[in-house]
Structures are given as structure tokens and as C-alpha cells.
Design a protein around this ligand. Structure first.
Ligand code: NDP
Length: 489
């Protein structure tokens, strides 16, 4: 049984509500989880409020906070294997990927422990005598941090590490589908003696617990990663009371391939771009845009290799792709595939569930390649968030750029070319928050991550990821005050 963590104590829901978290590999229950009530949401925000307004956290120094984050990084590495196992079971992803997530999470805590002290403000030249002027960075207050189910541990770290580095207090809510690694992370904070109320954990559904949390007027800032429709609802909720809001809402990411790049490298990377974690990645390279002269051989090889991807249990070292997160999510992805075919796409690989046991029990879907696609198809325009890649073709560089920018999203994109000038021209022209040249997927804790357009508002990671959680205050000090003489009297 997993409990809520409020004001430094583990507790069941006030009304004893519970739910089950399910193993997506075989649809069996993994654990029982407290399902927070409205009273618990209020208690968590109140605890965070009190810890911010009156608790010792307010008096903590940047050095204290950096030490806490560094301690969490150490504990994450100590528990690396157990955390990776938990994440793999809860999300279905492979153990290797889950290990990488723990390492990436560790790096995020270390990064913010490292820069917290050097991002405290700046001195301004006032341009006049007898004045000193400085900008100080101060915490915003109580932060509601809401993370999705695809990278539970990693996504919460992108929010929690900078929020705490800046001196805020937090109420965090993982997805009801994947709460277990976040519960373990909060356990590490308890072990590291975080003061009561600084980190609070709510468990439960987004539509109830999440909604009550973002509506609570004790919350000063909401940071959310998830779907577009939820993001729009959260932005509307944040408008009441003019609360700060940061949104990461996914993408429809172009992966542009020019002829002349190493064939094996680019096919291999196109597979990773599209099918890592069964495509349930906000930056997935789900929209392949391939130059005419290369198109046919490239697509044939891609489809053949997609067919060979080994599906299975995340904990099995032979597995290359796990299941989707839930039956409902798989059904949504299947609807996109059917709609794509109805609108003229050609099914070149996948498109069906594996029928043989034990995979038939879980939420599996075979890696799917749709050829002959064009911009007017729904499956090309909307985020599918599953193991589905669409392929379009282009002939000129201008056409590739036009297609790559023809999306209402703008999270990430890639260009594959052996021409360095072309790489720079295309990367410069793409309207996306991250552009990879001859690579796909890597991100750095020290480099900003976020989207143009409907992919969101604000940036995570890098110094901007800390800025999100800081108010900027200008302190103007006149060291020789004298009458201003604006008025005669
Ligand atoms: P949601 O946007 O519904 O969920 C993301 C997080 O928000 C979860 O913790 C969820 O809780 C919570 N939540 C849901 N509704 C509310 C609400 N009204 N107020 C506050 N919090 C809420 O994502 P889904 O899981 O439904 O996925 C839908 C689509 O979102 C996917 O198909 C994909 O396109 C996209 N997505 C994008 C992600 C990204 O990384 N950018 C990650 C995940 C999804 P709970 O899960 O407990 O309901």
C-alpha cells in the first residue's frame, strides 16, 4: 500500500479512498495506492503554504538547498537498481531505459545543486551617482507540480529540483497510472530530512485530485507536463488568481532525412526516434520526412526493421519495446492508425496487437509504419503518442523546411544530412524548441527544453528551468537621498 505524504507524514486518504496501479505488461495489479480526497489536497497545499510562509525552509540558504539536492542525487544512485525496476514495472519500459532515466534524474538534481548558488541575481549599473541597484531572485511560493506517465521519475525531477533549488515548497502529483517511482523519490527526501511541508505528495486521478490542486488558491505556480487539452484547462484554471503557469504539452516532431547520409545510421536512428518507449515520448520522431531519391529504399528497410523489434516484459533483457501504458491509450493509438488508413496511408508494418501469449494479455501494439502520408491526414497532424511513424516525402531543402514547420506544435525536430551548411540552414529555419543535427533524442540538463507554439509555455532545464521558479526583484538603493523637487510645495 502506498500513502500520501503531507506535512512530513505518510498517511492514507482522509476518506480511505484507494486505487490500484496496473502492470501494463499483463494487466495485473501491481500495488494499492491511496486516492486523495479534496480534504487531502487542501491539507497538502496548506502544509506547503505554512512551510513556505513560516517554516525553516524560508530561512534556508542556497547552500543548504544545494546540499539537499546533492544528497538526493547520491540516494538515487544508491537505489538505482531498485528504482529502475519499479519504473520498468509501472511504465512497461525496458530496464535499461529505466536505468538511464534514474541516471538522467540524478544528473538533473546534481545540475540544479550546482547552479543554484550562481543564479541568485545580478548587480545593475544604475547610470547615476549615489545609487546601487541589484536584481535578487526569490522563490515564487507554493508550486503544484504535475507529471505524466511516460517518464514519471525524470519529468518530476525537471520540476522539483529547480523548484526546491529556488526555495519554493511543492505539492507533487504523479499520474495515477505510474505513481510508484515518485513515492520512492519522496521516501528519499524523507530520508534526507527535508523539513515537513516542503515536499508533499498527492496520489490520485488527474480529473479529481489534479483539478482540485490546480484550482486551489493557495498554489502560486503550476508546472504541468501532459496532453494539450489538459494543458489548456490548466492554463484557464491558472488565470483565476493570475497564478504562474509552465506547460510542456508534447509535439508532432519532424525527422527530416536528406539523401547522402549513412544509410544504416539514419535508419537505425529513425527507429529509435519513433519507437523508443513504444513512441510514448513527447519528442518522438513520429513524423518522418524523407528525400525522394532515398525514400523507397529507406522506407522498405525501416518497415523491415520495425517488424523485427522484439516486444516483451520490460525486465527481460531481450526486450526492445514494452507495452503501451493502458488499454484506453492503446485504443486511442489504434483509432489513429485506422483513421490514417481511411485517409489514404499505406500500412507498411505493424498496425495490430500481438496475438500470442503472454503478450496478448498486456497492452501491446506492434511498431507501425504508415507510408504515403501527407499533411492533411489526422495521423500526421495530431500527436499519437504511440508506436506509429508516418512517412512523407520531399524533394528540395525549402520543401523539407516548409513541411517541418507545418505543424501547430513545435517541441523538437531533427535533420540528417552530410552537408554542414544545409544542416545549419535547416536547423536555423525549423520553429521547434530543440533541433538535433545528425542525432535524435539526447537532451542535456544544462540545455533548455520546451516548445514553440502549442507545445507549451516556458522552458525546463538549463538556467531558464530555474528562472521559472524565481521571482525577480529590483532593489534600488539611493545612498544620498535628497529632495526630488517635482513639486514646489
Ligand atoms: P494528461 O494530460 O491527461 O495527464 C498528464 C498529467 O496531468 C497526469 O498526472 C494526469 O493525472 C494529470 N491530469 C489530468 N487531468 C488533469 C486536470 N484536469 N487537472 C490537473 N491535472 C490533470 O495526459 P494523458 O495521460 O491523458 O495523455 C493524453 C495525451 O497527452 C497523450 O496521448 C499524449 O498525447 C499527451 N501526453 C504528453 C506527454 C508529454 O510528455 N508531453 C506526457 C503524457 C501524455 P492522471 O494521469 O492521474 O489522470
Amino acid at each position: 500500500m502506498k500513502y500520501l505524504f503531507i506535512a512530513g507524514k505518510w498517511a492514507p486518504a482522509a476518506d480511505d479512498g484507494t486505487s490500484q496501479t496496473i502492470n501494463p505488461f499483463d494487466a495485473t495489479p501491481l500495488d494499492t495506492v491511496a486516492e486523495a480526497s479534496a480534504a487531502d489536497v487542501d491539507a497538502a497545499v496548506t502544509a506547503a503554504r505554512e512551510a513556505f510562509d513560516d517554516g525553516p525552509w524560508r530561512q534556508s540558504t542556497v547552500t543548504d538547498r544545494a546540499a539537499l539536492l546533492a544528497k538526493i542525487a547520491d540516494l538515487l544512485q544508491r537505489d538505482r537498481e531498485q528504482l529502475a525496476r519499479t519504473e520498468s514495472l509501472d511504465t512497461g519500459k525496458t530496464l535499461n531505459e529505466a536505468r538511464a532515466d534514474v541516471d538522467d534524474t540524478t544528473a538533473v538534481f546534481r545540475y540544479y545543486a550546482g547552479i543554484a548558488g550562481s543564479h541568485a541575481g545580478r548587480v545593475v549599473d544604475p547610470g547615476r551617482l549615489h545609487v546601487t541597484s541589484r536584481i535578487t531572485h526569490e522563490p515564487v511560493g507554493v508550486c503544484a507540480l504535475i507529471a505524466p506517465w511516460n517518464y514519471p521519475l525524470l519529468q518530476i525531477s525537471w520540476k522539483l529540483a529547480p523548484a526546491l533549488a529556488a526555495g519554493n515548497t511543492a505539492v507533487i502529483k504523479p499520474s495515477e497510472l505510474t505513481p510508484l517511482s515518485t513515492v520512492a523519490l519522496v521516501g528519499l527526501f524523507e530520508e534526507a530530512d527535508v523539513p515537513p511541508g516542503v515536499v508533499n505528495l498527492l496520489l490520485g486521478q488527474g480529473a479529481t485530485v489534479g483539478q482540485a490542486l490546480v484550482a486551489h488558491r493557495g498554489v502560486d505556480l503550476i508546472s504541468f507536463t501532459g496532453g494539450l487539452a489538459t494543458g489548456e484547462a490548466i492554463m484557464a484554471a491558472a488565470a483565476r488568481g493570475v497564478r504562474r503557469v509552465a506547460l510542456e504539452l508534447g509535439g508532432k516532431n519532424p525527422n527530416i532525412v536528406f539523401d547522402g547520409t549513412d544509410f544504416d545510421t539514419v535508419v537505425d536512428n529513425a527507429l529509435t526516434a519513433a519507437f523508443l518507449h513504444s513512441g510514448q515520448v513527447c519528442s518522438a520522431g513520429a513524423r518522418l520526412i524523407v528525400q525522394d531519391s532515398l525514400h523507397d529504399s529507406f522506407v522498405a528497410e525501416l518497415a523491415a526493421r520495425a517488424d523485427r523489434i522484439r516486444l516483451g516484459r520490460g525486465l527481460d533483457p531481450e526486450t526492445e519495446c514494452g507495452p503501451l501504458i493502458s488499454a484506453a491509450h492503446r485504443a486511442k493509438v489504434e483509432r489513429y492508425i485506422s483513421l490514417g488508413q481511411a485517409q489514404g496511408a499505406e500500412l507498411l508494418a505493424g498496425g495490430s496487437r500481438p496475438a500470442q501469449p503472454p503478450l496478448a494479455q498486456g497492452f501491446f501494439l506492434r511498431p507501425t509504419v504508415l507510408g504515403g502520408c501527407h499533411r492533411d491526414m489526422t495521423v500526421v497532424r495530431e500527436e499519437v503518442f504511440g508506436p506509429v511513424v508516418t512517412v512523407e516525402r520531399f524533394s528540395t531543402e525549402d520543401e523539407a523546411i516548409r513541411l517541418g514547420n507545418d505543424t501547430s506544435y513545435g517541441l523538437a525536430g531533427a535533420v540528417w544530412t552530410s552537408d554542414a551548411g544545409q544542416a545549419e540552414r535547416v536547423a536555423g529555419a525549423l520553429r521547434h524548441g530543440t533541433v538535433w543535427i545528425n542525432d535524435y533524442h539526447p537532451y542535456l540538463p544544462q540545455a533548455e527544453w520546451g516548445g514553440f507554439g502549442q507545445s507549451g509555455i516556458g522552458r525546463e532545464l538549463g538556467p531558464s528551468g530555474l528562472d521559472e521558479y524565481q521571482e525577480k526583484k529590483h532593489i534600488y538603493h539611493n545612498t544620498s537621498p535628497a529632495p526630488a523637487h517635482w513639486f514646489s510645495g
